[in-house]
Structure formats: C-alpha cells, structure tokens
Ligand binder design. Structure first.
Ligand SMILES: [Zn+2]
Ligand SMILES: [Zn+2]
Ligand SMILES: [Zn+2]
Length: 140
C-alpha cells in the first residue's frame, strides 16, 4: 500500500512528503469519498489546515483526486481512475450520496448524461449527484 502511494506521487512528479503520503493513504483506507473536514481531522494531529488544504489542491491539479460538491456545501474528494492527468480530469460519472450511511460513492459506470442546453450555452462540466439509499443500507 505504501508502495502504491509512493508510486502515485512519483508518477505525478511529486516529491514524497509526510503530508502527501498520509493524506493519500486516507483515500485507500475507506470506501467512498472523503469530506474535507474528515481529512483535516484525520491528518490534523501532524499537519496544519493550510498543509492539508494545499496538499488536496495539488492532488486535484495533478488529476489524482477529484472534488465532489455536496448539498451542504462541504467539498468531498475521491480518488480518480487512471485516465485523469494533470489539468485533465475525465471523471464523467454520477456521484451517489447515501442518506443513511452518509457515504458518497463514485458510480464509475454511470456516465453523466448529456444536457440539451439552449442555443449559445456551452457547458464545460456537468455534475450529477444522486441521493438515496446505497446497496449496503438497502436491507436495513
Ligand atoms: Zn479526475
Ligand atoms: Zn448507505
Ligand atoms: Zn467520482
């Protein structure tokens, strides 16, 4: 696992620092997306808020993680698949927020639908967030 994290950093020409290793490892520790606040809390013992914020920004710029807007205006982040690169994200998938367990999932196989926009409007990014009950909470 540590090796995989180092590989990701190296592949993106990032030096391996304690904060980058720690924050990236959080994404491998659990399913679904991580809230900014959770990352801050989990990395907070060793790293200050500015470091956490900058590290996340760097990861987004490099195409390692993508941001997911949520209804309560907190930002969540999830790992990108291999086809994201620096400055180029290809995360055209729907996100699903389970209102029971509060986990945000990347539905990688569900492609964001095209929108028929009025003439003159060109969208550069479409975000679809579905809310409901996830498969793990369904039977409970
Ligand atoms: Zn991405
Ligand atoms: Zn759930
Ligand atoms: Zn996603």
């Amino acid at each position: 696992m540590i090796k995989e994290i180092k590989d990701i950093l190296k592949r993106n020409n990032l030096s391996v620092t304690g904060s980058r290793e720690k924050i990236l490892s959080l994404f491998f520790d659990q399913p679904g997306a991580l809230a900014h606040g959770d990352i801050e809390r989990k990395a907070g013992e060793k790293f200050d808020r500015v470091t956490v914020y900058r590290t996340l920004q760097t990861f987004v710029e490099k195409g390692i993680i993508h941001a997911i807007p949520t209804a309560d205006n907190s930002i969540r982040y999830a790992l990108c698949k291999d086809d994201c690169f620096e400055g180029h994200h290809h995360d055209h998938h729907v996100h699903f927020v389970c209102t029971k367990c509060n986990i945000t999932y990347c539905l990688d196989d569900v492609v964001t639908p095209e929108l028929r926009l009025p003439k003159g409007y060109i969208s550069s990014h479409i975000e679809v967030v579905a809310e409901g009950t996830c498969k793990n909470c369904k039977t409970q």
